[in-house]
Design a protein around this ligand. Sequence first.
Ligand code: G3I
Length: 341
Amino acid sequence: LAASLGACASATSLPAPPGAEPPPSLKEAFGRLMPFGSAVTPEQLRGPEAAFIARHFNVLVAENVMKPEFLAPKQEGQYEFGPADELVNFALARGMKVRGHTLLWHRQMPAWFFKEGNAVVSRAMLIARVERYIADVVGHFKGRVYAWDVVNEAVTVDEPDAQADANGLRIAEFYKIIGPEYIDIAFRAAAKADPDALLFYNDYETQNPKKVALVSRLVSGLKARGVKIDGIGHQAHCSAGHPGVADFERAIDAYARLGVTQHVTELDIALNHNLMDTTVTAATPELLARQARRYGELVSLFLRKRAQVTALLVWGIGDSYTWLTSWPVKRFEAPLLFDTA
Ligand code: G3I
């Protein structure tokens, strides 16, 4: 932690953190330069981590409980807003902002969404469902969620287990049943339900040059058709050596030319080299030092680009809460800023 903070701090014009104890509040150090947040779970807000979260972050996003399989697990029109409301209320009571994640994704959708009786839902019914779901959910959180990931991971490049059309759009259920227009439909429904919310397209590997071209095409198409889109979310799931800072910088500059803002939405930096790599079995001082330098380089880039990058969120409050130890393989990881909460 100290090394990570040191790297973050030395990469900015901030004074160095005042000694090791107590650790400085990241919200006071970094969060005054741009909104700084984390993915959280409602359980963390009820437990001993609550004070820690309030001390360090000024934006929260739900790691899971605002996804469709949690908000509408059983059937159309029947919502379970309790855990998400708890998270939103916790944040607003402490003067924090909330990002909404995510309205449409090819994962974590409840099974009913794509069914009509025992058959696959018709195009017309799926469009109506998307419009109703977004109207209800964005409407429910209207004025309380300041930015929504409206569509998540709709573009894919060079992934052997994913199919894409000529524009790089992922051929999964929404695409198969509705066609590429599902993205316009989702953004239009979100804008109608809360005209003041910032609407984002969110994805991983947003710095990959091929993906920059495809995401740019998607966003400029939306704009050309008069669909409101305000931002691009960089998930920024990074690893020991990837991505290069220069690629990230080129991507930020390219997206800036589209006239949208950008958020870093899910930052973490794995010690292993990629999602399948299991070679790291402990957080050695050398690995942590290298990781701290990576945090420093990336955060320093985001700060330099803060006319374009207008929020930074990490994907978990500490190493004991990271998806990277369980997906796609079980392994050791320590990708976040804090060892544990
Ligand atoms: O809800 C069930 C629960 O009923 C069951 O008891 C439990 C047993 O394992 O599983 C629970 O579901 C888990 C779910 O998280 C909620 O906790 C799933 O197994 C687990 O796979 C799922 O993982 C989440 C993953 O998205 C799913 O796609 C991770 O926590 C979450 O960090 C991750 O977040 C995504 C972002 O939304 C989008 N970008 C990538 C990022 C990392 O994959």
